[in-house]
Design a protein around this ligand. Structure first.
Ligand SMILES: Cc1ncc(COP(=O)(O)O)c(C=O)c1O
Length: 373
């Protein structure tokens, strides 16, 4: 990739890498006999939705706008789960959904007589087990508001409910899923025996280099064999679709020498453009970084938030104004979570394919202004 031909800053999706992810997901889908759908909260790069829909079985939406995007750009109706449904949006939402999952029994009671007969309804439950270190990303804690707690459900699915949904993984392996399933089955065995479908949520890092797809396939086959009543198992990863499928291209605008370690001031911001690096938190990789050298730098975001920096990284040579800094693995979640805090512009969006860069979208003052009034 010749970064000098790419406007800075830009999120650049590398098509070849996306296709590799999609092929693996399709393989798992076919071998295990399940449906994999794309979670828009993690991957909403809609220019490639026509490609995604050739491999996956559709998409999951967590709001009216996500469902609309699925309908418009993938040409299919969504599996929809909203943590809470908005009364004024419900009719429009159900017109573009095949499945609706409810987060509480009260929400189901509120909407059950309004749901169109063609829609398959489900309940989200808390499976009672997860292995997620950061509470911000853990939906299966004992007091979580996401998913009905076990003690609130009896041994019979409410009339009209056909599916059970759980989401308890975050960047986890199939071995963690195995332990989540053990807890889920222990708590909900009679209900699973009555369901037509089970949605096992997202967080399956199927496309990461050390994931064991064959173990996942076996696990799903065993589950299916145990419950012949289950017609469909659904997985809804977001991250795995866009995992390592592109970069954020940025440029050094200044080098601030304050303190012990100099800071390369970039034309991007951690808080605006890579918020998970601060929230999770984690250190993104930079292309060309080395393990140790004499050239050690912090990277500074362009907002005036004091904590809008991260560090440190080492490089082979001294950084200069104008150098490109390429943050790896910046396609999932980042592009949907960006903000215009400080009036900072959003990075452009583009695709690298057939050895060429295609610019899809640029942003400007109007995008900032139109979010405000
Ligand atoms: C209900 C639900 N499904 C799917 C996902 C996608 O998870 P991931 O992108 O980690 O695969 C999430 C993420 O928060 C979620 O909350």
């Amino acid at each position: 990739m010749d970064y000098h031909k790419i406007p800075s800053p830009s999120f650049v999706l590398e098509e070849e890498k996306l296709l590799k992810n999609l092929e693996l997901l399709k393989y798992v889908q076919e071998q295990a006999g399940i449906n994999i759908i794309c979670a828009l909260k993690g991957f909403a790069f809609h220019a490639v939705f026509p490609t995604v829909i050739k491999y996956l079985h559709g998409a999951t939406a967590s709001s009216l706008h996500e469902a609309k995007l699925v309908y418009e750009k993938m040409g299919v109706k969504a599996h929809t789960y909203c943590a809470v449904y908005v009364p004024s949006e419900f009719d429009e939402l159900q017109q573009i959904s095949t499945h609706l999952t409810f987060n509480s029994l009260a929400q189901w009671e509120q909407y059950k007589n309004k749901v169109d007969k063609t829609i398959s309804c489900g309940l989200r439950v808390n499976p009672g087990y997860s292995e997620i270190g950061t509470d911000l990303y853990n939906p299966a804690t004992p007091n979580s508001r996401l998913g009905i707690a076990h003690h609130l459900l009896g041994d019979k699915l409410p009339d009209g409910i056909e599916g059970i949904h759980f989401h308890a993984l975050c960047e986890n392996t199939s071995h963690t899923l195995e332990r989540v399933l053990a807890s889920f089955e222990k708590l909900y065995h009679p209900l699973i025996q009555q369901a037509k479908w089970i949605n096992m949520g997202g967080g399956h890092y199927i496309t990461r280099h050390d994931y064991e797809p064959e173990h996942l396939i076996q696990l799903l086959k065993i589950f299916k064999a145990k419950y012949p009543n289950i017609e469909n198992i659904i997985l809804e990863p977001g991250s795995a679709v866009g995992w390592q499928a592109g970069v954020l291209v940025s440029t050094v605008l200044d080098i601030v020498p304050n303190g012990n370690i100099p800071t390369a001031m970039l034309d991007v911001s951690f808080t605006c453009h890579m918020p998970d690096t601060l929230e999770y938190p984690y250190m993104p990789n930079i292309r060309g970084q080395v393990e140790k050298s004499d050239y050690e730098y912090n990277m500074g975001g362009m907002s005036c938030l004091a904590g809008d920096f991260k560090g440190t990284w080492f490089f082979e040579q001294e950084l200069k104004v104008g150098d490109k800094i390429i943050f790896e693995d910046m396609i999932h979640y980042t592009t949907v979570k960006t903000t215009t805090f400080n009036g900072i512009n959003l990075p452009s969006l583009g695709i690298w394919k057939d050895d060429k860069f295609e610019l899809l979208r640029t942003f400007g003052y109007e995008d900032y202004k139109n979010r405000l009034s």
